[in-house]
Write a protein that binds this ligand. Structure first.
Ligand code: CA
Ligand code: CA
Ligand code: CA
Length: 234
């Protein structure tokens, strides 16, 4: 194999590696519905993004609104604290979703497991909606291998956004991984203190991107191969 062919082969291999990495998350923009994801509770595809809520189908969560008024999918929010409930589904201990002495009651989650490389960064866009006005109540979270990060609670949502009373507005989450590993990513939203008054999490554009240094090395490598190739031709 001559140097040019070898260079092309290496470039093709690198391109495949990088394409594979960019594809770490399956259907992260939800262009193929819920393909690649596993849902529990009220999880609904809306205009190529996800909206999940804490709303029942047949219970007046937001009295005096009618039952199911804030349910997005036709499937009720799922119970917490029970076998087959929210904690079980995303692999966290019972009670983990409680906020100090305030119990989580019900909610919804969506999850996917994929591989990351060291230096990869997970990003996604999100927005939290709620009808709650009290502090210390419902919240939305992201779980990465069982480690919960609260995205927002009602105290973070101050703008109005019908049909919900409050929203945080659109936000971007970003987290970089130190080591290569398998990652179970889960998004969730839960009712806290009671089953009443709905909160919702919207999100989209879930992606894993390689660290810039790796990209730079990749591009530098292509440049060197191009130089070697040109010199041979000359
Ligand atoms: Ca999308
Ligand atoms: Ca509810
Ligand atoms: Ca609530």
């Amino acid at each position: 194999m001559n140097m040019k062919k070898q260079g092309i082969t290496i470039a093709a291999t690198l391109a495949m590696v990088f394409a594979g990495n960019a594809m770490a998350v399956t259907n992260g923009s939800f262009t193929n519905g819920l393909n690649g994801w596993n849902a529990l509770g009220d999880v609904n595809l809306q205009a190529g993004a996800i909206l999940m809520t804490t709303a029942s189908v047949d219970f007046e969560d937001d009295f005096p609104e009618s039952a199911g008024a804030f349910n997005a999918s036709g499937t009720a929010a799922a119970e917490t604290g029970v076998v087959g409930g929210i904690e079980d589904f995303i692999g966290i201990a019972m009670g983990t979703l409680n906020v100090q002495e305030n119990f989580a009651f019900e909610g919804s989650v969506l999850k996917q497991t994929f591989n990351v490389n060291a230096g990869d960064t997970l990003t996604f866009n999100w927005n939290f909606f709620t009808n709650e006005t009290s502090s210390g109540a419902d919240y939305a979270f992201v779980s990465i291998n069982g480690n919960l990060t609260q995205l927002a609670a009602p105290s973070d949502a101050s703008s109005s956004s019908l049909p919900y009373a409050f929203t945080t507005g659109f936000q971007t989450f970003s987290q970089t991984f130190d080591a290569a590993s398998s990652v179970t990513l889960a998004f969730g939203v839960v009712d806290v203190n009671d089953y009443n008054v709905t909160s919702a999490l919207w999100f989209d554009n879930v992606a894993v991107v390689p660290e810039p240094e790796t990209y730079a090395m990749f591009l530098a490598g292509l440049g060197l191969m191009g130089f070697a190739s040109r010199r041979k031709q000359a």
